[in-house]
Design a protein. Sequence first.
Length: 195
Amino acid sequence: MRIKAPLLVLAFLAMPGAAFGQAAPATDQPPSCRAGQDFSRETEAFIAQEINAARAEAMPGAPALRFDEQLTRIAERRACELAGTGKALSHLDDKGHLEAADIVFSVFSPYGLVGENLMRLRVPGDAVIWNAEDVARTAAKLWLNSPAHRRHILNPRYDQSGIGVALVGGEVVAAQVFHGPPRRTAQAAAKAKGR
């Protein structure tokens, strides 16, 4: 099915690693807004393929992003927080904290590089039947055509990521959360490889 002129909203965050000290919500269970689990999982898999294909084409020989289950849960939670709520896409919570970073740092460590890409597709009414592959292509294309989003996708310091998709009514929100090691660790690993 073709997506007919949806209203598109994009948001972007590029943030070097830092600790923010905010308590993070639990990430063990996928949020309840993911009632369309099959659609969400299928779309996430297609987005992962598109993103890694773009990295392989732009950076031959560079490793693909490893998709991490904890980052996926964080991305799912972020997509759910924004889908069907009428809230503007934002990387900040009501206290000005960078939500994805706070959660990632509480799960992994308070160091490293964290980034987030967000996208919303909205079509009036509930009658739209979304096609997972079309939504994934649209998300990847929009992110790759946006210089800020593209920088996340092609940043070689990011070595893992998680993708979450939430569908509520006629609205789809996709989130991709990126994580990379602290610069010193990344440089030491690169040196060790060169020996």
